[in-house]
Every structure is written in structure tokens, then in C-alpha cells.
Write a protein of this length. Structure first.
Length: 317
């Protein structure tokens, strides 16, 4: 079969029962979106077009147009059935199995593409909030940037935003002019999420921002004591006495004893700062107090609440 430049081979949504194999030339596959045409890929020699239409009489997934004069091999459903009638009965079962696996692979690919778009979404939101100095972003602007940067559709962006909204990271609402806006609940949490995802992607291991359960319990205890008995310092720092911290730990840390060893991890990470230098082998009582950036700890604890849940939400997308 010969097809000239500019001619259409298939139209998205049309029913078909024919498979094509590109013998020579070049074609372009296109899928329509709510915004405008979305060119997905070039199709060159050796590529198979329409396997699901042949096997299942499924609607065409793409519009395919010739970018240059091309030659194709045509296989119809009748030809396939005639061939199968002369083959063992188990061959049809194998084809059905392969078709099922194809559907699963396509579904997983779409899910993976969506998961990979999340860091881009967080980066764009962080950049806009940082540049504007306010906690809101116009949703239409977000759609445009995600489309340009990651080829993510508005529908896919909404699915990611819905997951983040369920976790309390942000909220989608309408402003006075009936435009939808994105309100960021914490100006620091979104950048922290982005950095944590980026670190994991680049280094193939957990980010230092993800704390052990012991560290989380100690910081939670520090926040509780700081709210009740803490002393405010310059620069948003807050100081609590070691005696108050130890006493509260005995009540709220489920039997975990506060020691120099359990505190030292947070001191090394500079999340908690001792009022005087101490070593891991020193007694905790030798340090009168600890101080920390109150808001930073709150943001870090929120990150550690959200991050494991976010992974679960992404799997469910």
C-alpha cells in the first residue's frame, strides 16, 4: 500500500480491523487533547500500527498522517483469521494473552508518566510562589506550564493536584473573578517535597529530609515543649530546657528514653542545637538546653507525614 505526503492513514476514534506495518517512509501519530493537537511520535520503517484494531476491532488510538511518501504492508482481520485457522489452537490464546499484557503495559506507562510529572508540578508551584511572594497560583497558568515542560494534560494535572489536595498540601478554589486558583497551605512544604523527590530520583536512595521514627518523636516532643514552656530567640529560633524535654519525653515517647545517643543524630543534622558543645558519650544532663528553628521543624515533620502517604496516593492514581 502506498500513501502520499499529507494523506491520513487512520483517524482517532474510528473503528478499524486492519494492521499496518511501515515498510518505508515516515508518518506522524497524533492524539487530540482538550487544548489542541498533541504530536506524540514519528513512525518509521518497521513500526506496527493498529494492532488492537486488528485483534479486538478496537477504535483507533491515534490519527496517523504521512510526513512523506510511505509504503505499508496491510494485514486485515480476515487474513489473520485465515492464517490462525491453519495454526494450532493454542496460538489464539497466546495472542489474547499478549493483548492483555499490552493493555497492562499501556496503563502502567500512563501511570509512570503521571508520577514522573509530579516533581515538575511541584517545581513550577514552588517557582511561582517564590517569585510572586504570595501563596496562590492561577490554575490556567499551571496547566500551560505543565503542558510545555512535561507534556502533561490539564486532566492529568488535575489528578496530581487532587492527590496533593487530599493530603492537605494545597487547595483548589475559585477567586472573585471565577478563575480557579491554587492555594498553597505551606510555603515551605512544596519546595521540601520537590527537593525530597529530586534527591531520591538522582541518588536512588532516601533523602536526609526523611527522618527515623525516633527523630520524629523527639522533634514532636520538642515542638510540644516549645509551645508550652519554650523561650523565643531571634531569627525564629526557640529554646527549651533539657530537663523539660526529658520530662515530656518520658510521658509522650512511648517508653523511649531520651539520651545523648538518641539526640546526637538530630544535633549532627543541625535540626537541634545544644546550648553548649557535647559529644555522644557525654551525659545529656550536662547540656542545659537545646534550641531550633521552630518553623523549620514544623515543616519537616509535615513533610515526614505527607511523603509516605504521597507515595501511596501515586500508586493509586
Amino acid at each position: 500500500m502506498q500513501i502520499n505526503k499529507g494523506e491520513y492513514l487512520t483517524l482517532e476514534g474510528d473503528k478499524g480491523n486492519t494492521l499496518f506495518i511501515v515498510k518505508s517512509g515516515m508518518l506522524v501519530a497524533q492524539r487530540s487533547t482538550p487544548e489542541d493537537g498533541d504530536y506524540l511520535e514519528n513512525i518509521g520503517p518497521g513500526t506496527i500500527i493498529g494492532e488492537l484494531s486488528l485483534l479486538e476491532s478496537a477504535p483507533r488510538e491515534y490519527t496517523v498522517k504521512a510526513a512523506e511518501p510511505s509504503e505499508l504492508i496491510v494485514i486485515t482481520q480476515d487474513m489473520l483469521e485465515a492464517t490462525l485457522s491453519n495454526k494450532p489452537s493454542w496460538l489464539k490464546s497466546i495472542l489474547d494473552f499478549l493483548t492483555s499484557r499490552y493493555h497492562i503495559a499501556q496503563k502502567n506507562k500512563k501511570k509512570n508518566d503521571l508520577i514522573q510529572a509530579l516533581p515538575t508540578l511541584l517545581f513550577v508551584i514552588s517557582s511561582k510562589v517564590r517569585q510572586s511572594g504570595v501563596d496562590t497560583v492561577l490554575l490556567d497558568e499551571l496547566y500551560i506550564q505543565l503542558k510545555c515542560l512535561n507534556n502533561t494534560s490539564a486532566e492529568e494535572t488535575d489528578r496530581l493536584l487532587h492527590s496533593l489536595e487530599n493530603l492537605g498540601v494545597l487547595k483548589v478554589q475559585e477567586n472573585g473573578s471565577s478563575q480557579k486558583i491554587l492555594r498553597v497551605e505551606s510555603l515551605q512544604l512544596v519546595p521540601l517535597l520537590y527537593e525530597t523527590l529530586r534527591y531520591r530520583a538522582l541518588n536512588k536512595k532516601i533523602s536526609p529530609n526523611i527522618l527515623s521514627m525516633t527523630d520524629q518523636m523527639i522533634l514532636t516532643t520538642f515542638i510540644k515543649v516549645a509551645k508550652e514552656k519554650g523561650k523565643s530567640l531571634e531569627g525564629g529560633f526557640c529554646s527549651v530546657s533539657t530537663a523539660d524535654l526529658t520530662a515530656e519525653a518520658k510521658k509522650s515517647m512511648h517508653g523511649l528514653t531520651l539520651t545523648s545517643r538518641t539526640m546526637y543524630s538530630l544535633v549532627e543534622k543541625q535540626l537541634l542545637n545544644p546550648s553548649q558543645t557535647f559529644k555522644i558519650q557525654d551525659s545529656l544532663e550536662t547540656v542545659p538546653s537545646f534550641y531550633a528553628d521552630f518553623d523549620k521543624i514544623l515543616d519537616l515533620l509535615e513533610l515526614n507525614r505527607v511523603f509516605p502517604l504521597l507515595d501511596k496516593k501515586l500508586v493509586e492514581i
